[in-house]
Design a protein around this ligand. Structure first.
Ligand code: NDP
Length: 299
């Protein structure tokens, strides 16, 4: 490990954020007579999605908010999914709506997501939310990149003038991450599968965010000494002989990176825990805005 280098403890940061969210709920309840509500819609019976939905529901209740879980069968039609989303849009007790993705293959995800009321779009995935983020006006921001921004600001303070490289340009992570960093006055380069000389580009960066989905692709000798590295990737390696499951690794070679960087997020325990915490944060913020209250402070 480089002298002074540190793993970034996303688990502890997320726990602190969740505790602060729970502390803010009673004031909202006192002002409005109700607690913030998050509705999660699960279509079909994908086991991984069911686990995610379960943990989101538990975290919502633990923060003192109302959790509404809606399940539709794998055979649900586009009209049925959109009718449920319309019902939730109209439900005054629901502040946040999350449509768990992926949807079964016969459904049009983008069309369904686009019907969610942007003011309740706690996943930040509607075209209106993406537009607001691009324009720099208040809206809902996707949870994972927002969590990365919080970790970076916690480590570095002001990001103004920092050189940042975001590897990956997905709608879920890379693009909103770049917009958030730009909003925080970093100088941002976006890299993707067609980028030339990626190692050289990364070597110039004070901040590296890797959201690629390729195990340990970013090597330690790509990292500038003293850089802060955020590893969004979650990849399961093939199991070692005799083991039931393979190890989870990120998109960054952690051991190599921590030897030169100022700080690196480990996988697991780095970015992952921030995603649900930021979903709760978005629900709290959406509830305040819908009730005509000022944004809660410190989130
Ligand atoms: P996508 O597959 O949607 O996007 C991957 C991006 O990486 C694409 O833009 C692609 O470029 C780029 N890419 C692929 N190969 C290379 C390469 N060799 N060099 C440079 N860029 C490359 O993935 P997501 O953004 O949805 O997710 C990325 C990772 O983050 C995954 O491991 C995922 O599991 C994880 N993840 C973790 C979350 C968490 O809570 N921690 C939440 C969401 C995702 P191109 O556009 O040119 O194809």
């Amino acid at each position: 490990m480089a002298e002074g280098a540190q793993p970034i403890d996303g688990k502890a940061f997320a726990a602190g954020l969740r505790a602060r969210i729970a502390d803010a709920v009673p004031a909202f309840e006192a002002a409005t007579g109700r607690v913030p509500g998050l509705a999660v819609v699960l279509v079909g019976d994908d086991p991984a999605s069911a686990v995610y939905v379960g943990s989101k529901g538990k975290a919502t209740v633990a923060a003192g908010m109302a959790s509404f879980e809606h399940r539709l069968p794998a055979t649900a039609t586009q009209d049925e999914v959109e009718a449920l989303l319309a019902e939730l849009n109209a439900d005054e007790t629901v502040d946040g709506i999350l449509l768990q993705l992926p949807l079964p293959g016969h459904l049009d995800e983008q069309a369904a997501v686009a019907t969610i009321d942007p003011d309740k779009d706690v996943d930040g995935l509607t075209p209106v939310s993406a537009g607001r983020l691009a324009l720099g006006i208040a809206g809902m921001v996707p949870c994972t990149p927002y969590g990365c921004l919080l970790l970076l600001q916690d480590r570095l303070g002001d990001l103004g003038g920092k050189d940042a490289v975001v590897i990956g340009r997905s709608i879920l992570v890379g693009k909103p991450m770049a917009a958030l960093l730009l909003g925080a006055n970093a100088t941002v380069t976006m890299a993707h599968s067609r980028t030339k000389d990626l190692p050289d580009l990364v070597r110039r960066a004070d901040i590296v965010v890797a959201a690629v989905g390729r195990p340990e692709m970013v090597k330690g000798d790509w990292i500038k000494p003293g850089a802060v590295v955020i590893d969004v990737g979650i990849n399961r390696l093939p199991p070692a002989e005799g083991a039931a499951k393979g190890r989870l690794v990120g998109d960054v070679d952690y051991a190599g990176a921590i030897a030169v960087a100022d700080a690196v997020t480990p996988v697991p325990g780095g970015v992952g825990p921030m995603t649900i915490a930021c979903l709760l944060r978005n629900t709290l913020v959406a509830a305040h805005r819908r009730a005509g209250l000022a944004d809660p402070e410190g989130f």
